[in-house]
Design a protein around this ligand. Structure first.
Ligand code: ANZ
Ligand code: ZN
Length: 781
């Protein structure tokens, strides 16, 4: 027996797999099973995190393939975005060259991993063959009123003269030039995701959807479901008119306690309410507020604000209440104005205390019956104390005229009825979710396919690029170094076009799309990446989607995975598909840290390069260690030294060849090589011991179930235990060796292929994996 030499075995099998097209897609064959891991950003190197994510997904995909599923496991690149542009600015390389050469490098690295990707259906989002369909989707959304142009407040750097993304604002300053950031209202393109808000709220119990027509079985992590629901933030409340000022409240029961109203500094009616005497202080206040981010405004403990000089009428008790402006009220939620109830809302309470405004209690803590149990409750329940904090809980109505004595929830209904009957407002469902601004003043993204035909030259306004003119390709000769404006502004020849409607002089949109647009639907395009006629083949989508399982990062809970659900529903609405959800199951992966327990980063010098590890130990050892060193959703340090344990494990598997009982082997091989070889072996004179069989089947079951549950570390632990058991035996049966190899194959595909070949083990066309083999044996014991 030769020693275990991964450096010889691994490239050999990688080559064989590639040349034989073993993992090529078979989209037209039955038994579809679509496994996906979030595609990589082509940053230049496959790092440990990629190995961890894709390696895990590959273990799962390989098992499903061995179980007889027709697995589609594609791979591609999410290749538009800021890093390419920054690298280009820094090093003078064109973003396209930088990106494409990184992709080539990473493609080779993917090979060394021994993953079973179906590389024949690659998607690269920065190529026109892909982004043409971003533009097509955008046009459809424009047609349906889902894409629209509007104004919104954005981070504005006054010296760079550009809008900045939140992550480019560091402590209120521009990360490029250090200037103080302002909030500025700018024109942007939005996607009306809010129109889908209600449909995007996850049902209380997703398991309930199981089996119902139209809704696939879904199994998403609870934190993702809860995170998305909170982010969407459905809120059932009432709009109430204080004269011509509308406020949104979830507590109409507290209306008698509304002793002032507050409007946001950006509110369009603010100027109207501001009296000449207060003009100066209000103006000053607006300026100060513009410097704060939304998050700062939400979290600030110290309330600030100024009086406008005006009052409005509380529609319930007819009292005139003062109108204040304060930045704890946000322009972007509800109506941008609130009725303040300081007795029952802590923010209003702090504000009222600071400015000496009236505090009126209207809810008393509920009267409890004097039973033994409730005595305790009374003692611990909060009772209103004017001078300490607001009483925010529900309770019994007081100081509220005819509503006194009702419970809060009864009063909410009755008061809302009253408001609606007297046309003083109406019930309203409000969402915290905002429409999605997709405009970026960047070069390296999909051009937004619209043309402006504006006076004085033209008069058609915003004109969509006709579908036949897609794609609008990115021009290559562009000044993408920062100049303070969209880089595409500098591409004069590209920018100046004839208006598609009137033929007059017009200009292209120079903003590009947010990269999240690209990755909201790429899993559809994987099925049909070369299709030039349509976005994808509908029959293929119907057959292959939703995804069986989707591996990705927990950081995408509120962005990518939510946007993808929105796009999937939009596709259904325009008749492309018939399903609502794009992924039946979602699995979040963990994070591989540097050996020092910190996030790997070049500046800290703690980056472990997988290429070096492959050279030292081989891909199989890395894969085993990846699977074993922490749970798939865990976070932990990568310590190279610890890999020797995984290496020894594989060496011991390799050495096990020597132990195979030759007498049994000879007998079995002499027998007709049918599927029942295992059975005939048991029936032979060399009947295996019961303990041995139990151990084998226990392991078969455990490893199968653990891989299905994405618990790779415990699956490896079970294999190690079995290996120890086999190591203590004098001989092992061929059947034991065979099952060990099969169980190990998803984790360590190279060594197992080699052993399989060396031992001339048979494999049926579909692969004799775990459960089917295990079950047939179980029955026979
Ligand atoms: C009066 C009131 C009394 C409120 C009370 C609460 C408690 P959710 O659940 O998030 O929808 N609000 C409304 N619009 C706002 C804005 N643009 N900026 C800041 N706060 C705003 O919260 C709804 C509540 O948040 C509303 O109900 C309003 O305060 C406040 F005892 O109205 B409430
Ligand atoms: Zn025109």
């Amino acid at each position: 027996m030769k020693g275990y030499e991964p450096s010889k075995i691994e490239p050999k099998w990688q080559k064989k797999w590639n040349e034989s097209g073993l993992y090529a897609s078979k989209l037209n064959e039955p038994n579809p099973y679509y496994v996906l891991a979030e595609f990589a950003y082509p940053s230049g190197d496959l790092h440990m995190g990629h190995w961890f994510t894709f390696g895990g997904a590959d273990i799962y995909a390989r098992m499903r393939r061995m179980q007889g599923f027709n697995v589609f496991f594609p791979n591609g690149y999410d290749s538009f975005g800021l890093p390419a542009e920054n690298a280009a600015i820094k090093r003078g390389i064109h973003p396209k060259d930088w990106t494409l050469s990184n992709i080539e490098k990473m493609r080779n690295q993917f090979d060394t991993m021994g993953a079973s990707f179906t590389f024949d259906h690659q998607v690269i989002t920065c190529l026109p063959e892909y982004y043409k369909w971003n533009q097509w989707i955008f046009l459809k959304m424009l047609e349906k009123g889902i894409a629209y142009r509007g104004k919104s407040f954005a981070n504005w750097c006054p010296s760079c003269q550009t809008v900045l993304a939140d992550e480019q604002v560091v402590a209120g300053h521009c990360d490029r030039c250090g200037s103080e950031i302002e909030e500025k209202e700018v024109n942007q393109w939005f996607l009306k995701i809010t129109e889908y808000a209600d449909r995007l709220v996850w049902p209380a119990s997703p398991e309930l959807q199981r089996g119902e027509p139209d809704s696939p079985i879904v199994d998403w992590p609870k934190p993702v479901i809860e995170g998305q629901n909170n982010w969407i933030g459905r809120s059932d409340g009432t709009l109430i008119n204080f004269d011509d000022l509308k406020v949104f409240t979830t507590r109409p029961d507290t209306l008698f306690g509304a002793t002032f109203v507050v409007i946001s500094p950006e509110h369009p009616l603010l100027a109207k309410f501001t009296t000449p005497e207060n003009e100066k202080s209000v103006q000053q206040y607006i300026k100060e507020a513009a410097k704060k981010s939304e998050l700062e405004r939400k979290e600030q403990k110290q309330k600030s604000g100024v009086f406008t000089g005006s009052t409005v009428k509380n529609p319930m008790n007819g009292e005139n209440v003062p109108v204040w402006v304060a930045d704890y009220v946000l322009a972007s939620y509800g109506t941008g104005a609130i009725m303040a109830v300081p007795a029952h809302d802590q923010r209003d309470f702090e504000f009222a205390k600071k400015f000496g405004l009236k505090i009126q209690y209207v809810i008393a803590s509920p009267i409890l019956h004097r039973t033994k149990q409730s005595n305790k409750k009374i003692a611990s329940s909060k009772t209103p104390r004017n001078d300490e904090e607001a009483y925010e809980e529900e309770g019994t109505m007081v100081n509220s005229g005819e509503y006194n004595g009702l419970t809060s929830s009864e009063a909410r209904d009755k008061i809302s009825d009253y408001i609606e009957e007297h046309k003083l407002g109406k019930r309203q469902v409000q969402y915290h979710l905002h429409d999605w601004s997709i405009s970026r003043q960047r070069y390296w993204g999909t051009p937004i396919p619209v043309i402006y035909c504006d006076p004085p030259a033209g008069r058609c306004g915003v004109v969509p690029v006709p579908e036949k003119d897609l794609p609008v390709e990115l021009p290559e000769n562009v000044e993408f170094k920062p100049t303070g404006q969209s880089p595409l502004m500098s591409a004069e020849a590209w920018r100046n076009v004839k208006c598609p409607k009137c033929g007059g002089e017009a200009q292209r949109e120079t903003d590009t799309m947010d990269g999240f647009f690209d990755n909201s639907w790429y899993f559809f395009r994987y099925l049909d990446p070369k299709n030039q006629e349509e976005i994808f083949d509908k029959k293929l989508a119907e057959k292959w989607l939703p995804l069986e399982i989707y591996f990705g990062g927990a950081e995408h809970t509120l962005g990518h995975t939510l946007y993808s659900r929105f796009f999937t529903r939009f596709f259904k609405d325009i008749g492309l598909t018939s399903f609502d959800e794009y992924a039946k199951r979602r699995v979040n992966h963990g994070i591989v840290l540097g050996p020092d327990g910190d996030k790997m980063s070049k500046s800290k010098g703690n980056v472990v390069n997988p290429d070096d590890e492959v050279k030292r130990f081989g891909a199989d050892t890395i894969r085993i260690h990846m699977a074993f060193f922490m749970p798939y959703d865990g976070t932990g340090p990568w310590v190279s030294e610890r890999m020797s344990g995984s290496y020894r494990f594989l060496q011991r598997v390799w050495a096990l060849q020597e132990k195979i009982d030759k007498t049994v082997t000879a007998k079995a091989e002499g027998a007709a090589s049918s599927d029942s070889e295992a059975v005939s072996e048991i029936a032979s004179s060399k009947t295996p011991r019961n303990d041995d069989l139990q151990m084998m089947h226990k392991t078969i079951q455990k490893v199968t179930e653990d891989i299905e549950a994405v618990k790779f570390n415990t699956a490896i632990a079970a294999l190690m235990e079995w290996l120890n058991y086999l190591g203590r035996k004098k001989n092992i049966t061929k059947e034991e060796m065979k099952n060990l190899i099969l169980l190990l194959a998803p984790f360590a595909p190279h060594i197992t292929e080699e052993l399989w070949e060396l031992l001339r083990l048979r494999m049926t066309a579909t692969g004799l994996f775990i459960s089917s083999l295990g079950q047939s044996l179980m029955i026979n014991i």
